[in-house]
Design a protein around this ligand. Structure first.
Ligand code: HEC
Length: 188
């Protein structure tokens, strides 16, 4: 997970043994205390927590413009909303970090049902150094193309509400929708 990697980096940056052990100790104590993300990043430049309105934008883009939920389900758990669509993966369990997740949204995944949302994907080598002619099969069309900043909002939303959050349950459902909506009834 992200913070474990950060802890590792902190450790390898130090030179002598004592600061190493100390920083490892501090990091594990901080993690153990379950402090917010910013505190876990310690001395390294913390990624600022995304704005709640950015999360809401990302959620809307996920549900509507990008229609990610057609294939990945509203909860991102792979229970697709549209039975005609390919089986999207369970995003709650993805191991991708932010950069790779963003790359996957921009460039899709050649040879699978995952479309590329970047309008210029496979035109100029920005996607895995490949152009249209390098693809073995054409990419499926995305429901809509998304701007870089829209893709970042979707990523903010996913990391805040979906990735690594475990299976959806009643409490998470209410938190996810902001109120006890119809969709939460299936969770006892
Ligand atoms: C038409 C169906 C479809 C749509 C729409 C779609 N996806 Fe996918 N997505 C897939 C499929 C299928 C895969 C699995 C690819 C594979 O087999 O590796 C996938 C894989 C992914 C992965 C990689 C997960 C992993 O752990 O490897 C991410 C991230 C992802 N999708 C995010 C999104 C987001 C965000 C959107 C909306 C902006 C979206 N997808 C829209 C079908 C779709």
């Amino acid at each position: 997970m992200g913070f474990v990697y950060t802890a590792h980096m902190t450790v390898t940056c130090k030179e002598s043994l004592w600061p190493r052990m100390l920083s490892a100790l501090v990091v594990s104590v901080v993690i153990g205390a379950g402090l917010p993300m910013a505190a876990r990043a310690g001395a390294q430049a913390p990624t600022p927590a995304p704005d709640p309105s950015d999360i809401a934008d990302g959620m809307r883009l996920y549900q509507q413009k990008g229609d990610c939920q057609a294939c990945h389900g509203w909860a991102g758990d792979g229970r697709k909303m549209d039975s005609q669509m390919p089986d999207g993966s369970n995003l709650r369990e993805t191991r991708l970090d932010r950069a790779r997740l963003i790359m996957t949204i921009k460039c899709g995944r050649p040879g699978t049902g995952m479309p590329a949302f970047d309008k210029f994907a496979y035109t100029d080598g920005r996607c895995y150094g490949m152009k249209q002619a390098d693809l073995k099969s054409p990419m499926p069309d995305p429901p809509a193309t998304l701007q870089q900043r829209e893709i970042e909002r979707v990523a903010d939303f996913l990391f805040q509400k979906v990735v690594g959050k475990g299976p959806m349950d009643r409490a998470k459902c209410i938190e996810y929708w902001g109120s006890e909506v119809e969709a939460c009834r299936e969770f006892k």
